[in-house]
Ligand binder design. Structure first.
Ligand SMILES: Nc1ncnc2c1ncn2[C@@H]1O[C@H](COP(=O)(O)OP(=O)(O)OP(=O)(O)O)[C@@H](O)[C@H]1O
Length: 349
């Protein structure tokens, strides 16, 4: 539905060329919420602005719904852009216009009849929870309410794609949650394809299906949010995730050498990750029942969510006869979870 192929964007600046994007390729499926995360200056804004051609790529192609935007003239682009809504970090509302007129703005530009506009704006304000604010001005609204106006305005021309450029970065955590929930609801209700750029992994974890990590103009890594969370490959991805997930060993093991060889009195440390149904499944209880001679120590456990999916993480330590520990490990491997052997370690006294 959105296909970026070999996008390069080089800006000219007095100090010389700035290589903002260097050969970026990615695909976003219809109805998906796709996140792009990167540090400041990584190229996120440039990339999202290439999707609706607010920035023309220096080379490469941008396809939306099978149509190549890079091959279009300005008139054709204007028509296609109506199907690509966008919301911004600083909302970009008209301060001298009411909430109603801000949302009506793109419809008036398109020459829509006033009675159609009335119905449409009223419906949209209802959808974003601002039915009672139609006649207020942006200065009378909170940040979250302003972004709701931005979302209603972006939806006015019935887009198939919604681009969110750091849409929650100016908002407090609670308001961020509420706006993300609204974006996820709209994605579900209207089947919109959503692209989100952010520097916060929490945003990715809360609403995205897939994520691309962008670093210095290239994609360092991309995949499903679950895979990226559970098996990050690149140091930059690990850094983003470490803000949310502690991968540290429990205090009782910190500082002790973790070896890959079993030593007398050491525990086999396992990191277990459960997603979805299996997060509530008593897999560990089953293992303990089946292998009573394996002593299982729970060292760390947390239950979280990726999008709406339960996501549990545990670190357990196993000791017992070698063959039973091996069989217990094999039992876990058959179950619907990810297991990672951290190594062997001794508990401090
Ligand atoms: N119009 C421009 N002219 C010259 N250089 C630019 C222009 N716009 C962006 N850049 C440069 O391109 C690089 C990528 O910028 P971009 O704004 O896309 O990054 P970003 O990841 O969105 O960063 P931030 O989160 O800070 O907004 C940066 O080095 C930036 O200085």
């Amino acid at each position: 539905m959105i296909k970026l192929s070999h996008i390069v964007k080089t800006y000219d600046s007095p100090a010389g060329p700035v290589h903002a994007l260097k050969d970026i390729s990615l695909e976003v499926a219809r109805g998906e919420i796709f996140g792009i995360i990167g540090l400041s200056g990584a190229g996120k804004s440039t990339l999202i602005r290439c999707i609706n051609m607010l920035e023309r790529p220096t080379s490469g192609t941008v396809e939306v719904d099978g149509r190549d935007l890079t091959a279009m003239n300005n008139r054709e682009l204007r028509a296609v852009r109506k199907k690509i809504g966008m919301i911004f970090q600083h909302f970009n509302l008209l301060s001298s216009a009411t909430v109603y007129d801000n949302v009506a703005f793109p419809l008036r530009l398109a020459g829509t009849a006033e009675d159609t506009i009335r119905t449409k704006v009223t419906d949209l304000l209802g959808l974003v929870g601002l039915a009672d604010k139609a006649h207020q001005y942006p200065s009378q609204l909170s940040g979250g309410q302003k972004q709701r106006v931005g979302i209603a305005r972006a939806l006015a021309s019935d887009p198939s794609v919604l681009l969110c450029d750091e849409a929650t970065s100016a908002l407090d955590p609670q308001t961020t949650k509420a706006i993300l929930r609204l974006i996820a609801d709209i994605n579900k209700k209207l089947g919109l394809t959503v692209v989100v750029i952010t520097h916060e992994m929490q945003v990715i974890k809360d609403i995205c299906d897939k994520v691309a990590v962008i670093d210095k103009g290239v994609i360092a890594e991309q995949g499903t949010v679950f895979d990226i969370f559970t098996e990050p490959q690149q140091p930059i991805t690990r850094e983003f995730i470490s803000v949310l997930l502690s991968n540290d060993l429990p205090a009782a093991f910190r500082g002790s050498a973790v070896t890959q060889e079993k030593t007398p009195g050491s525990l086999l440390l396992l990191r277990l990750t459960f997603l979805g149904e299996s997060a509530d499944d008593p897999v560990l209880a089953g293992m303990i029942r089946k292998f009573p001679d394996v002593e299982t120590t729970m060292l760390f456990g947390t239950l979280d969510q990726i999008k709406e999916m339960p996501f549990g993480r545990m670190i357990v330590g196993l000791t017992g006869p070698d063959e039973s520990v091996t069989a217990a490990l094999a039992y876990l491997k058959e179950k619907d979870l990810k297991e990672e052997v951290i190594g062997y370690a001794k508990r401090h006294d």
